[in-house]
Every structure is written in C-alpha cells, then in structure tokens.
Design a protein around this ligand. Structure first.
Ligand code: ADP
Ligand code: F6P
Length: 319
C-alpha cells in the first residue's frame, strides 16, 4: 500500500478536522502518500482529489466543520456510481479509503467493501447513531453547545417566568437530547425512542408551576417532535407563557471539545494502523474507552442502541 485517500461525508461534525489531521499525520509518518477528497462521495466520483502534505493539516485540530467539505449525494446508492468511484480511486493510485461520516456514509463504505475495495469507517456525526462505538466524533461537542445555548435561554426564561421548548438535532436519535436534558436540568425530555403524551406533558408542566417552578425547559429531539409543534400543542392545552426554539445547525458548529479531539486523533490514527496491517473493511469505534474495530459489513446487522438510562435520570431529577 502506497497511497490512501480520506473523505468526509454526510452531516459535518466538530472533530472531523481532528480526525483528518490524525489520518494524514499517521499515514505520512509511515511514508504513505495521502490524498484528500473534497465533497464526500460526490467529489470522489467527480475526481475532486488533491495531495495532502504535512502542512495541509497544520492549525486544523481546533477548527469545526471539515476542510474536505461534505455533500449529500444520494446517487451513491446506485451501483454504477459506486463503480465509478472505485475507478477514480484506482486511476488515482489510491489503495485504500478512510471515510469519516455517519450512518449513511457507512452504508457507502460497506458498498465499496462489497465491491472488494479497501474502505475503513471512522464515526463522524453528532447523532451518535453508529453501532460498535460508545461515542461518535462530534457528539460531545454537540451536547456541550446545546447545553450552553440552553443556559442562555434559561436566563430569559427566568426573567419572564416562561416555559421554553428547545429542539436539538439528532435526526432519528435521542442521544443528544437525553444528555442535554440531564445537563441542562430540563423538566421534560421528548425523544423518538420513547412514546410521549402531550396531555401528560402539559399536566407535568402545570403541576411543576404550582410547586413553584415558574420557568421550565423542555428538551425535544427533532426526530420526535419539532419545538414549534409541541409549543402550539401545549399552548392549546392551557400551558401559558410558553415559547419554542430550534437550535438547528448551531448544534453542529463550533470548535470541537478536547474529548472529541482526543477520540478523533485516536480513531483516525487507528484507522491507518489497521490499513498498514492489511485489515481493511473495518469500522473503528471507542468502546469503554478502548479503540476497537469491527467488520464494517457487520455494522448493518446491528442497530445502535440509545442509552435510555439517561431518560429515567432526566425525568427523575426534574422534581
Ligand atoms: P450521514 O453519513 O451523516 O448519515 P447521509 O445519510 O447523507 O449522512 O449519508 C452520507 C452519504 O453517504 C450520502 O450523501 C450518500 O452519498 C452515501 N449514502 C447514504 N446512504 C447510502 C446507501 N444506502 N448506499 C450507498 N451510499 C449511501
Ligand atoms: O446527521 C447529522 C445531522 O446534523 C442531523 O442531526 C440533522 O437532522 C441533519 O444532519 C441535518 O442535515 P442537513 O444539514 O443536510 O440539513
């Protein structure tokens, strides 16, 4: 193996740059050549490829987003598009590919693997919805950002004795919402993994107000119900002085936390070690603080499991 490629794909995540840097530096230290591929699988198919030298990844570790850009490219689900990608990889002398992204990106890496191409998956998404890893790169930063935003909202909620429904990202996962709810001291958390009853939520809020909680935070995951919809439904059930806020893409921005930088460095470096040992077709993860790998093809016989112990905790501590 002489040359490896790196791409980022799907929703960007803080820490992706730290992972890119680790893959590049580890590979360069092993005298491999490194190619960056811009705009994920789209850029790969289009040949948007450039050489990465040591300096290209300097002053990068602290930056949010991805220096390799990303793209939503549903065409990659088509076999002929996947074969074009493999042709591009071979024409550019790229012997193996490190893909950094989320659930969909992993599907793409599985397809490349099924076509016999050497792909490694590094979990880069704020959603934390990838199997075989306790944490995805960006998840910790997304929680921290969400909690800091809710701390700001709490100031104005308190001033106006107001209820705020705050929506966080997570596509179909409640992982961000759960930890954000616990860390921000919310009254109620609503996630796609658990059924919820708006009448019950309205009663919970009213009862808490009667006990003196004149301002309250409700956290909802975008995959469960949007903040504005829940706000309207609660208002229609007699909850007064209530507002809804969606944090949206704010949750995906900002400089990665130290934790995300460290797991990005560890996982990116480990991906190259696997390739150097001839172990392609793997998904890298962190399990109980140990960096691990599993055959990427096994990934989709397994569903990422949301840690629902946080759900009980969030609801218990709200009294
Ligand atoms: P994420 O990786 O954050 O989940 P997406 O769902 O957009 O984001 O997936 C990223 C990219 O992976 C898609 O834009 C597409 O190019 C590719 N992809 C997604 N699903 C598949 C699939 N089933 N087969 C092949 N490629 C896929
Ligand atoms: O998958 C990461 C993610 O941030 C999800 O949490 C969110 O639902 C989605 O991407 C938003 O996608 P886009 O930025 O393409 O609107």
């Amino acid at each position: 193996m002489k040359r490896i490629g790196i791409l980022t794909s799907g929703g960007d995540a803080p820490g992706m740059n730290a992972a890119i840097r680790a893959v590049a530096r580890k590979a360069l230290s092993a005298n491999l050549e490194v190619c960056g591929i811009n705009y994920g699988y789209k850029g790969l198919v289009e040949g948007n490829i450039f050489e990465i030298k040591e300096k290209e990844v300097s002053d990068l570790i602290q930056l949010g987003g991805t220096m390799l850009y990303t793209a939503r490219y549903p065409e990659f689900a088509e076999e002929q598009t996947q074969l074009k990608a493999i042709e591009q990889l071979k024409n550019n002398g790229i012997d193996a590919l490190v893909t950094i992204g989320g659930d969909g990106t992993y599907h793409g890496a599985v397809k490349l693997t099924e076509h016999g191409y050497n792909a490694i998956g590094v979990p880069g998404t704020i959603d934390n919805d990838i199997p075989f890893t306790d944490h995805t790169i960006g998840f910790n930063t997304a929680i921290q950002t969400s909690v800091e935003e809710i701390d700001r909202i709490r100031d104005t909620a308190k001033s106006h004795s107001r209820i705020f429904v705050v929506e966080v990202m997570g596509r179909n996962s409640g992982e961000i919402a759960l930890r954000t709810a616990v860390a921000s001291g919310s009254q109620v958390v609503v996630i796609p993994e658990k059924p919820f009853d708006v009448d019950q939520i309205a009663e919970t809020i009213k009862d808490a107000r009667l006990r003196g909680h004149d301002h309250q935070i409700i956290v909802t995951a975008e995959g469960a119900i949007h903040a504005q919809d829940l706000t309207e439904q609660l208002s229609n059930r007699g909850v007064e002085n209530i507002r809804g806020v969606s944090l949206g893409h704010v949750v995906r921005g900002g400089s990665p936390t130290a934790y995300d930088r460290v797991i990005a460095a560890r996982m990116g470096s480990y991906a190259v070690e696997l390739l150097l040992n001839g172990q392609g077709g793997q998904a890298v993860g962190i399990e109980n603080q140990i960096i691990t790998h599993h055959p990427i093809i096994d990934l989709f016989n397994t569903k990422a499991v949301t840690d629902l112990s946080m759900y009980e905790l969030a609801n218990t501590l709200s009294y």
